[in-house]
Design a protein around this ligand. Structure first.
Ligand SMILES: NC(=O)c1ccc[n+]([C@@H]2O[C@H](COP(=O)([O-])OP(=O)(O)OC[C@H]3O[C@@H](n4cnc5c(N)ncnc54)[C@H](OP(=O)(O)O)[C@@H]3O)[C@@H](O)[C@H]2O)c1
Length: 327
């Protein structure tokens, strides 16, 4: 097969539209491109590489292997829960951006720079959570050198991570309107709540970071904790990481390893901000320093474009890997 026939589920959303941008940039040999969304957007026309493509309503009948053999899903967990199995039953390879299948033991959770081999022959592959992707990239470099024993994440997550509704709420509350999506006013504020609270007092976003880190690094025993905070930034997540290792850290060696790692842009002197990450697919890492309060411990800061590397670009990179392996 010399053409990649592809469907995008959730094509009109924030991640869905970014899939199109990234696909254009990566120049994959696309054949059919089928755009699927809810009945609200059916009939809308989307411009891709100079051609107008009509958005179709997602139904069970959408998954016809004669039309496409690959699908990128980004329409939320409940849609993935219903339709990803329909697609795979029909022999279509699905890369799912929602949290629905990430912790399923038969579904690989993939960051291509780290574990592209886990894809194997699977028909359903999950894209990790946005803040997990950008954090685990540098964490893996540290882990390979000094064996991570514990990591504590504190995140500063942009409203684009909640899709269109998050962006509209920030813009609205900046103008003095009442919150339309978040539980409290997000403008000029920080909300230590992302997703719902669980019985143990953590939020679901924090639980995702903890469980997904262990799954990607294939290390059930790693001590991981997180506090996830929504901040009034339009796009780009930031994460402060405090890491304790089993072995003694050589900071010059670590800086060299970070500077040469695939997918990372290392800032030796200056520090990166969320704005620097906009439009990039690399994770920007800086402020590496010794934590003087704990043995074998360090601090690190990382930023990434959550809609690109945290979602669309990572998924398209998985697609590219599969296409190169299987065609
Ligand atoms: N934004 C991020 O940074 C980010 C990062 C990682 C993961 N994610 C995940 O990616 C997914 C989408 O996020 P987003 O930010 O792109 O959200 P969004 O901007 O709200 O877009 C949602 C998309 O899903 C479609 N959709 C909703 N209900 C549907 C239905 N019943 N049938 C078919 N399509 C339906 C929407 O179509 P209509 O236009 O027709 O409503 C739209 O295309 C979520 O699972 C989210 O957790 C997002």
């Amino acid at each position: 097969m010399d053409k990649l026939n592809l469907a995008i589920v959730g094509a009109t959303g924030m991640v869905g539209r970014t899939f199109l941008t990234v696909l254009e940039e990566m120049n994959l040999p696309l054949g059919n491109l089928v755009l699927l969304a809810s009945e609200r957007s059916a009939g809308q026309k989307v411009l891709f590489q100079g051609n107008e493509i009509k958005v179709e309503e997602l139904t069970e009948g959408s998954f016809d292997r004669e039309r496409f053999q690959y699908a990128l899903f980004s329409a939320g967990g409940s849609i993935s829960g219903i339709y990803a199995p329909v697609a795979t039953r029909n022999g279509i390879t699905v890369i799912d951006n929602s949290s629905q299948w990430r912790m399923h033991e038969e579904v690989p959770l993939v960051i291509p720079e780290i574990n592209r081999k886990a894809i194997g022959e699977h028909l359903l592959i999950s894209n990790p959570n946005c803040s997990t992707i950008q954090s685990v990239l540098p964490l893996k470099v540290i882990h390979d050198l000094y064996q991570v024993e514990r990591v504590a994440y504190t995140t500063y997550q942009a409203v684009s991570g909640s899709g269109q509704k998050g962006v509209e709420d920030l813009l609205g509350t900046r103008e003095g309107k009442a919150p339309s999506f978040y539980p409290k006013i997000i403008s000029d504020n920080c909300l230590p709540q992302i997703d719902v609270f669980l019985e143990d007092g953590y939020t679901k976003e924090e639980q995702k970071m903890i469980e997904e880190t262990r799954k990607i690094l294939d290390n059930e025993k790693m001590k991981v904790t997180a506090t996830c905070v929504r901040v009034p930034v339009l796009n780009g997540h930031s994460v402060a990481m405090n890491v304790t290792c089993k072995r003694e850290i050589d900071y010059e060696e670590l800086a060299r390893a970070l500077a040469s790692a695939e997918g990372i842009l290392y800032y030796e002197t200056d520090y990166p901000t969320a704005r620097d990450a906009a439009g990039q697919d690399q994770v920007l890492v800086g402020r590496l320093r010794k934590d003087e309060s704990l043995h074998n411990s360090l601090h690190l800061w990382c930023v990434a474009d959550n809609v690109r590397k945290g979602a669309a670009s990572n998924a398209v990179q998985i697609l590219k890997s599969i296409w190169e392996e299987r065609r």
